[in-house]
Every structure is written in structure tokens, then in C-alpha cells.
Design a protein around this ligand. Structure first.
Ligand code: GLA
Length: 557
């Protein structure tokens, strides 16, 4: 597997440097802690993808003109500076034609030459344009023989043969040769042909790896099968990939395309909440793998500005891919300000890379969610918390520090949307939350001592194929957080299967560590509540220089 993935975090570190510089300036020195000036407390620092996709606002009417306008907008409206990277071309770019050798053939008018010396019909043209703006380019296909534009076209005629089945190696190699950096693989064909998604997406992962090896170019893998067959159980690290995302839910809404018969469609906050809830699988989200609750509707018809802000809040605290669906050339200034809030984006992109968990539900519809963030070099623990009010009335929502795994001790609270410090609180915090909205705060305090340390009790298998087992973990509901200390001096990332009571729960990747030094990754375990004490095992494959040491069972939900 390419080394680019292992080190891609370094390519995006500048976003965090900006965030940290800002926070160092913004937080008063009287506070007991500040954001870290060193951002990688752990090497498990991977970030969810962040960018834009053509689907929500343009459906299958996408062409070079639209993509160029959107890419230019992203490069110049502050989004690129805020960290947005991907310009993703979704369905409709290809009408299903191949030449006699099976190569994809695209429409010459839809994808013309964009510069001197270029040929019409060469997708490398648009990639070069996007890259020329300092952005990355994404493309789309289906795992089946025909894609969604055949089974249920949104606008335009039915398009058969718009999938990659039977051409995986050829198509993914082509995408990499064109220079694309990201590929989303849909499931309309797969589903209609009754294919097994775990099998099919593993084949695709291998085709992507082959393409990467042959071209030296990375393709980020975005699985889009809407949660069918629970991808969170098989998608992390599928086929040995070191970073990927998988959709967990259906589309929030079908595309809302101006000046078409579908212009009247509306997003709803109820739909946004449904996808947020369906996406909560923290046991699968760590070390570069992310649950994907769908592209965002922020700034699109149907959502008020307050609902757009709450939508972004929920995606950020989920550490979800932040792929914007709105027309970037028409964003209102309030929405643009939201999308470029560095502190909110910083929560989403935090290098620990984990998802939020629900800390409490005080009464139906009044909830506290918390996302663990990287610890600063000063040792202070950080959480992004969301107070979510699903009810129709403004309500007060409270949280205590021990619920977050923090000590009862002076702890700072910062309002991330207002970008102001709220104060220092000894035992917890509460705030009034308007009806149907979510408020987000940064909490920095002292980590509560771990509930326990476990040492491997069984190590078996061949060198390079070892398993480390730990027994006696008492479940915390709904998720038990653990920190895994390990060393990996192989120079390459190690893919590990994580089993809970002999059932595979997830795949994790342990990045290389410096010789003689240990590192850690933080993961959430989903342990059966009725089982009073559980066992977990890490099974390594071909990792001859890996050692897994202690597990810390962390306090808090
Ligand atoms: C599915 C996906 C969407 C989009 C469309 C294209 O519905 O979930 O994100 O890619 O297909 O048809």
C-alpha cells in the first residue's frame, strides 16, 4: 500500500496549525489550558475528507463548466483556506459508453479541452484544472454493471452500463491515470444484481491498490452503499486500504436543482437528524476510517441558517466527511462564515479521528454528545461537546465533567460558534438551547484516571501473524473507550483485525512508530452490556515488527 496514505496527515497539518495559532491568540492566558501547539499527540492522526460534491445541487447534469465554476468558488471564497480540498464529480459525468477495448468514453462537449494542447473527452483536463487551483479531484462510479442513472435516473434519460463491474482494474487504473485523487463507488447496480457488498468492495479496494501501485497516485476510497449489510462491520480497512469512508444511511434528500422540475425539493432538519443518528458507529471510526452520513445540505433550500449551523455541528462532532452539496457560487455570507469557521472544522478534522458518543439523554430529545479530541502537550484533555435539543421548546441542557471522563476540577468552556470563551467551571456546564438546534462547545480539563490497565494475557500465532488478547474488560454503555499502546518499527502501517469475544468488530491501522518509542490509538469498543466482562483480540497480518502493550480503559462515555 502506498506510503502517501500513511503520511497524508502531514499534508493537511497546516489546517491545524492555523487553528492552533488562532486559538493560542484567542484563549485568555488565565484559562487553565490552551489548545495544543503540537497537534499530533498520537500518530493515529487521520482526517475525514473535506470538500464539495456535484450531486446535491446539480444532479446528473454535471459538466466541465459547472465543475470549473465550483472549483474556482472554493479556491477563492475562503473555503480552500479553511481546509476544503476535494471537488468531487458525482453521477452524470459518464453516459455509459466504452470503446472496443473497454475503455470509458466520455462526451466531448461535456468534457472539452480546457487548455492548449488538450484533447476533448479527456478527463485529465478537468483534473488538471482542479489541481491548478491547489485542490483535489474526485470521480464516481458504481460497483455494478449499470449505475443509479440506469435504475432510477434523477434528471435525464436512463443510462445503462454506467457501472464498473467487469472493468474494476481497468476503470480504477484509468481514474488514477487521469489524476483523480478520490473515487466514490455507488451501489445501485450492486444492489439490483444482488451482489455481496463486502465481497465487491474488497475487489474494488484491490483494484484501487493495483492502480495506486501502477501509477504512484493515491485514490481515496469512498464506499456508498447506504448502510446495506452494515458496512461499519466490514468496511474499515477493506481489502487492506489504509483510509476509507463508507455511507451508513440513505440520501438526506434527492438533488435540488435550480431551474429544473426538481427545483422545489426541500431538505429537512428531520432528515439531517435521521442521518446523524443512523451514522453512529464509533466502534468502526478510528485510525483513518470514517462513517459517512451523506453529503451535507448546509445552505440548501429547506434549512434555515440555524438548522444549517446545527447540521454542520452534528457532522463536525461526528468527525464525518464534510462534503458540501450547496452551489458554492451562491452561498449566502452567513452560510459561508459557518462553513469556514476554523474551530468547528478543527473539531471535525481533529487528528484523533474518532466519532462522538452520546453521553446522556436527560429527557426525550435533550441530549449531550461528546467527541474526544487530541490531548494538548500540556496534558489537558479536550472534548467537543454538543447540546442537542430535538424538542419544540428552548430547554436547558446540562453535563457534568465525570460524564465526559474528566475530573471535577477547574475546566474551561469555549463556545465554538461564537468563538468566545464562556468561563471556567468546577463540576460541569449547562446552557439554554433553542428548540430544534444544537450548540457546540470545546471543553478542556483534566483527564480522569483510567479505570484500569490491561496487559496481554495471550500472544499466539506466527511472528508477523500474531494475536494479542486482553480479558476482563467491564463494559461502559453505550461504548467503552480504550487507549491501545503499541510499537510498530516496520516503517509501514499495520492493518489489524479487532475481535470482541471472538467476533470481528472492526479493522484498525497502527501507523509506524519511531524506533524505541511507543505510541497509542484511541478506539471505542461496543461491548455486550449483559456480558459482565469481555475479551478482545488484535490480530495482525504480516506485521513482523509490531508489539501491542498495555490497554488503558478510559473513564467517561
Ligand atoms: C446514490 C448516492 C448519492 C448519489 C446518487 C447518484 O443515491 O447515495 O449520493 O451519488 O446515487 O445517482
Amino acid at each position: 500500500m502506498t506510503k502517501q496514505r500513511e503520511y497524508k496527515v502531514r499534508r493537511t497539518c497546516w489546517q491545524f496549525v492555523l487553528l492552533i495559532l488562532f486559538l493560542q491568540l484567542a484563549i485568555a492566558p488565565a484559562l487553565p489550558m490552551t489548545y495544543a501547539n503540537k497537534i499530533t499527540a498520537s500518530t493515529s492522526d487521520q482526517h475525514p475528507p473535506i470538500g464539495w460534491s456535484s450531486w446535491n445541487s446539480f444532479s446528473n447534469l454535471v459538466d466541465a463548466k459547472i465543475i470549473m465554476a465550483q472549483a474556482k468558488a472554493m479556491a477563492t471564497n475562503g473555503m480552500k483556506d479553511a481546509g476544503y480540498q476535494y471537488v468531487n464529480i458525482d453521477e452524470g459525468w459518464w453516459l455509459g459508453k466504452r470503446d472496443s477495448a473497454g475503455n470509458i468514453v466520455v462526451d466531448l462537449h461535456q468534457w472539452p479541452a480546457l487548455a492548449l494542447g488538450e484533447q476533448a473527452g479527456d478527463m485529465a483536463n478537468i483534473v488538471k484544472f482542479i489541481h491548478g487551483l491547489g485542490l483535489k479531484a474526485g470521480i464516481y462510479t458504481d460497483a455494478g454493471e449499470s449505475g443509479c442513472s440506469y435504475y432510477g435516473p434523477d434528471l435525464g434519460p436512463r443510462m445503462p452500463h454506467t457501472g464498473s463491474e467487469g472493468h474494476y482494474e481497468q476503470d480504477f487504473l484509468q481514474f488514477a491515470k487521469w489524476g483523480f485523487d478520490y473515487v466514490k463507488v455507488d451501489w445501485c447496480g450492486g444492489s439490483n444484481e444482488n451482489l455481496d457488498p463486502a465481497v465487491q468492495y474488497a475487489r474494488i479496494a484491490h483494484a484501487i491498490q493495483d492502480a495506486e501501485v501502477r501509477t504512484g497516485h493515491s485514490l481515496y476510497f469512498s464506499i456508498c452503499n447506504w448502510g446495506a449489510n452494515s458496512p461499519w462491520t466490514w468496511a474499515p480497512g477493506i481489502g487492506g486500504v489504509e483510509a476509507d469512508i463508507w455511507r451508513t444511511t440513505g440520501d438526506i434528500v434527492a438533488p435540488i436543482v435550480a431551474n429544473t422540475r426538481n427545483a422545489g425539493r426541500r431538505a429537512s432538519f428531520k432528515g439531517v437528524l435521521g442521518n446523524f443518528d443512523g451514522n453512529i458507529h464509533p466502534e468502526a471510526q478510528h485510525t483513518g476510517f470514517f462513517n459517512d452520513p451523506d453529503m451535507m445540505m448546509v445552505g440548501m433550500p429547506g434549512l434555515s441558517n440555524a438548522q444549517s449551523q446545527s447540521h454542520l455541528t452534528l457532522w463536525a462532532v461526528s468527525g464525518a466527511p464534510l462534503i458540501i452539496g450547496a452551489d458554492l457560487t451562491k452561498l449566502n455570507p452567513d452560510v459561508l462564515r459557518m462553513l469556514t469557521n476554523p474551530e468547528v472544522i478543527g473539531v471535525d478534522q481533529d487528528p484523533l479521528g474518532v466519532q462522538c458518543t452520546r453521553v446522556s439523554e436527560l429527557s426525550p430529545g435533550l441530549e449531550v454528545w461528546s467527541k474526544r479530541l487530541t490531548t494538548g502537550p500540556d496534558g489537558y484533555a479536550r472534548r467537543a461537546i454538543v447540546l442537542l435539543n430535538r424538542t419544540g421548546n428552548a430547554e436547558r441542557i446540562a453535563v457534568t465533567w465525570p460524564e465526559l471522563g474528566l475530573q471535577t476540577a477547574p475546566t474551561s468552556v469555549r463556545n465554538l460558534w461564537k468563538r468566545e470563551n464562556v468561563g471556567i467551571f468546577q463540576t460541569g456546564y449547562s446552557a439554554m438551547v433553542p428548540a430544534g438546534t444544537a450548540e457546540m462547545f470545546l471543553v478542556e480539563g483534566s483527564e480522569a484516571p483510567p479505570l484500569g490497565h490491561l496487559h496481554a494475557t495471550v500472544v499466539h500465532g506466527q511472528r508477523g501473524n500474531l494475536a494479542w488478547s486482553f480479558f476482563g474488560i467491564k463494559p461502559i454503555t453505550p461504548f467503552t473507550w480504550i487507549r491501545v499502546h503499541y510499537s510498530n518499527i516496520s516503517g509501514a502501517a499495520c492493518g489489524i483485525d479487532l475481535d470482541v469475544n471472538d467476533m470481528r468488530q472492526s479493522g484498525i491501522v497502527l501507523p509506524p512508530t519511531a524506533n524505541g518509542q511507543d505510541d497509542s490509538v484511541t478506539i471505542a469498543l461496543k461491548l455486550a452490556v449483559r456480558t459482565r466482562s469481555s475479551g478482545i483480540s488484535f490480530r495482525g497480518h504480516g506485521c513482523s515488527s509490531l508489539t501491542i502493550g498495555t490497554l488503558e480503559v478510559l473513564a467517561g462515555k
